[in-house]
Design a binder for this molecule. Sequence first.
Ligand SMILES: Cc1cc2nc3c(=O)[nH]c(=O)nc-3n(C[C@H](O)[C@H](O)[C@H](O)COP(=O)(O)OP(=O)(O)OC[C@H]3O[C@@H](n4cnc5c(N)ncnc54)[C@H](O)[C@@H]3O)c2cc1C
Length: 413
Amino acid sequence: MAHVTTTTAAGSKLYDVLIVGGGPAGLSMAVGLARQVYSALVLDSGEYRNARAEHMHTVPGFDHASPASFRDKIRRDLRERYASIEFRSATVTRLRKFEAPVALAGSSSSSSSSSSRPHQRSGVAANATDGSASDGKDTAATSGGKQKQWLFEATDAQGNVYTGRKLALGTGVRDVFPEEDVPGYGECWGRGIFHCMFCHGFEERGAESAGVLAGGIMASPEMLAHVTPMVKRLAHSVTVYTNGDEELAAATREKLRSSKIRFDTRRIARVAMAHPRHQHQEQQQQQQEQIHQQGDGSSSDAAAGSSSSSTAVTLYFADGTSATEGFVANHPAVEQRASDLVAGLGLQMGAAGEVRVRAGSMGYEAEGVDGCFVAGDMATPMRSVAKALEMGTFAAAGMVAAMNAELDARDEL
Ligand SMILES: Cc1cc2nc3c(=O)[nH]c(=O)nc-3n(C[C@H](O)[C@H](O)[C@H](O)COP(=O)(O)OP(=O)(O)OC[C@H]3O[C@@H](n4cnc5c(N)ncnc54)[C@H](O)[C@@H]3O)c2cc1C
């Protein structure tokens, strides 16, 4: 079936959906919309949360793939098979919802295609009524004898303006490094400090020792007692560092029985990668040469993650001492990457800083703003690629259901 283009009377294209975000959430929303021949524009500023990670895990079929190659594959699939999806590199700086009169079939030259797709028959008059963010219903309403509908508008940093019937947000979150408390943290992030023991750590299994750093999302005895055993699965011994907090160490100790878990309450002055990248590359070359000399081309598990590994982190304490760990687990606090957009739309926030979705909504529609759907890290505390894909798929299902119902109401299905 041919894809249809609708234009606003001002001449710009009216998309069925504007998708802000080109990570797993945004791309998976695009896939769902493409399967129902709805048009969407994916606006992507190219700032992906897992940019630091060289490999991605817990995505079956893409084990150990690079996150970039994963996103590339989805984009390629979309480009090759689904003409209704377009991409644009752009940073969205403003979003608004506004009410516009609907120009009904035959009343304007709104359609630029000869296809029989129903939504081509509606066009939107130019200079649509401006309105602030509103949670008014999206279905066409009659106002003063004229039919109206709610639309969304995105403006990018260059001043380009895009219009869509629905808005889909997959703008993700940003990790907030505790540089003041732990100088050097940002440098080690994703290289030797890992937030998730499913995403990282397996490659370091067999490490002599690993560290768990209290702080950020891992600041309570419950969270520390949850994460520490996962770290222990990958290292012979584990030390929990509480950076001067004796009480936290004592409360966490009560929750864990293992004799192989130690607690260290020394104040941390800074952290650093034990082997900065250039040093590590030299080390790798030496290891490769040794392997060739052995002749079997294999490396052993036992070697993985020792304190000489590329992931090793050194903790320098205020008392002048230091300790080096094969890797360190810590999950920093997170904040909405597009916090201005989220606030500007008036989206409601949950306890973990996630955008709240409407209870009982099958399609992850945002609480309080009809027609705005959200997916991925920005809308859940369970942040992972698989979750972003799942949410994106069902957000698309929600948008499709809403748009189909609107078309049906106007007998335009
Ligand atoms: C170091 C690290 C390693 C990880 N490893 C794994 C792993 O192995 N397995 C796993 O399942 N998960 C992993 N994760 C988690 C994973 O990265 C996220 O759960 C996933 O990326 C969420 O997808 P998303 O689409 O919601 O957000 P993101 O991937 O962060 O994408 C957000 C998108 O929104 C765009 N955007 C934001 N604001 C704007 C704007 N104003 N205008 C235009 N575009 C905008 C960005 O450019 C980007 O395209 C890791 C995370 C980190 C930090």
